[in-house]
Design a protein around this ligand. Structure first.
Ligand code: UD1
Ligand code: CA
Length: 449
């Protein structure tokens, strides 16, 4: 059956103390909202509705940036979770399938759990995701009778007896979309908070003779973020998860707790990630590559057998072919480095193509920016760029060509040529010693006086 996601993200998140809407705060480089969308997308939903309120423009941009098929429902006043879901009604008008309600500030729901909920829908009109809380605190409680869920009671409205129930409400709910909206129509706000509680749909469904059931997940999956501290804790949990995933994929890390992954980092089998490496978004590292200590990578691809760092910075658009070497204090950006090429020391290679087996000497800079425009540098196969060469782009150095150390290259170098572009050296016979003697004598007479 077709599935629609309804992801709630209208709340302000007061405790975040932030200008940014809560669901746009990031874990491993992706807004929490995107984590929730990613989990829901494993169900291959045909519709995705994000309910936005506070900072709706920013939330909309974030949702569409991740998935252009997402649709935004506005909830101008936050009158409760049932009211939030009701805002998705117009967008889902006529939708025949199941709807599943997720939360933009609950990033860790697993794909398996969501699959389990959809399966449980086959035998229940309403399915609620519950968990056994270590400390049930202020969660809503699930009131069950055998396998049947009878109703959900919010902590504020619960009797002392009901507060002793350990089975808590995660908030995630699945039902046929048309049934969900029918039930929501009957929800009132006569309760301790004066809010329209989504949780009330269970009691209403049971009263109408519909069935309701519970799927239970691990408490960790339902972790919600309400403060900066909880955000940091969520980041820690996510990093631990990514490291385990890397180990399971055959990656070696000597100090895994110092390696920071992005939500979408991919590292292949037998790759080695040395300590203190940071992956920003959009990085893939192929099998057998080695990322040496203290390197920072973003938006780049590292092929088999490449060695990066220590202390390298690969910026977006960097493509390293097999067996390339990027050494210490080298920065690359929009740079395609062909097989076996080396940029070993202290260089900036931006908006550039470097040919097969080319050697880029220490301190080489591609001068790609004229203050307004960016320009391209092309370096041929087997070229040898002397140390401290400035390549003033746009410029091309041909195959097998060389540049002399310290050259400022402003025009193209034909294949096989050697370009020398620096002042000619002039040796003054004996001048060095004579000048030094004079300076020393001057210092000696000063110290006497
Ligand atoms: C909700 C559940 C509670 C459950 C808990 C789990 C209800 C009534 N209660 O309580 O049973 O144990 O989650 O964390 O559903 N939101 C909107 N618009 C609104 C109200 C909320 O978009 O008008 C969004 C919030 O941004 C938030 C989420 O829905 O992301 C949950 O709302 P919140 O008010 O935090 O519900 P809880 O009181 O935590
Ligand atoms: Ca909450």
């Amino acid at each position: 059956m077709a599935v629609a996601l309804i992801i709630l993200g209208a709340g302000k998140g007061t405790r975040m103390q932030s200008e940014l809407p809560k669901v746009m705060h990031e874990i491993a480089g992706a807004p929490m909202l995107v984590h929730a969308m990613k989990a829901g997308e494993s169900l291959e939903p045909s519709r995705i509705v994000v309910v936005a309120g506070h900072g709706a423009d920013v939330v909309e941009a974030g949702a569409l940036d991740w998935n252009p098929l997402a649709q935004i429902a506005l909830q101008n006043e936050q009158l409760g979770t049932a009211h939030a879901v009701a805002q998705a009604r117009d967008i889902l008008e006529g939708f025949e399938g199941d709807a599943i309600v997720l939360y933009g500030d609950t990033p860790f729901i697993s794909e398996q759990t969501l699959q389990g909920m959809i399966q449980a829908r086959a035998t229940n009109d309403v399915v609620v995701l519950g968990f056994e809380a270590d400390d049930p605190a202020k969660y809503g409680r699930l009131v069950t009778d055998g396998d049947s869920l009878e109703r959900i009671v919010e902590f504020k409205d619960a009797t002392p007896q009901e507060r002793r129930i350990a089975l808590c409400n995660s908030g995630v709910v699945a039902a046929k979309a048309s049934v969900l909206f029918d039930l929501i129509d009957a929800v009132g706000n006569d309760n301790a908070s004066g809010e329209y509680y989504l949780t009330d749909i269970v009691g209403i469904a049971r009263g109408r003779g519909l069935s309701a059931g519970v799927v239970i997940c691990d408490e960790a999956e339902t972790l919600g973020v309400n403060s900066r501290e909880e955000l940091a804790r969520a980041e820690t949990i996510f990093q631990r998860f990514k490291r385990l995933e890397a180990f399971e994929n055959g990656v070696t890390m000597q100090a895994p707790e110092t390696v920071i992954f992005a939500h979408d980092t991919f590292v292949g089998r037998d790759a080695v990630i040395e300590p203190n490496v940071v992956f920003a978004n959009g990085v893939s590292v192929e099998s057998g590559a080695r990322i040496r200590a203290f390197s920072h990578l973003e938006g780049c691809h590292v092929s088999r057998g490449a060695v990066v760092g220590p202390y390298a910075r690969l910026r977006p658009g960097t493509e390293l072919a097999e067996d390339t070497k990027i050494g210490n204090f080298v920065e690359t950006k929009n740079a395609v480095i062909a097989e076996g090429a080396k940029v070993n020391h202290l260089s900036y290679i931006g908006d550039a193509e470097v040919g097969k087996a080319a050697n880029i000497g220490a301190g080489t800079i591609t001068c790609n920016y004229d203050g307004v425009f960016k320009h391209q540098t092309v370096i041929g196969a087997d070229a040898f760029i002397g140390s401290n060469t400035m390549l003033v782009a746009p410029v091309t150095v041909g195959d097998h060509a060389m540049t002399a150390s310290g050259s400022v290259i402003t025009s193209d170098v034909p294949s096989g040529d050697l370009a020398i572009a620096r002042a000619k050296q002039d040796n003054k016979t004996g001048f060095g010693k004579r000048l030094m003697d004079k300076l020393r004598a001057k210092k000696a007479s000063k110290n006497k006086g």
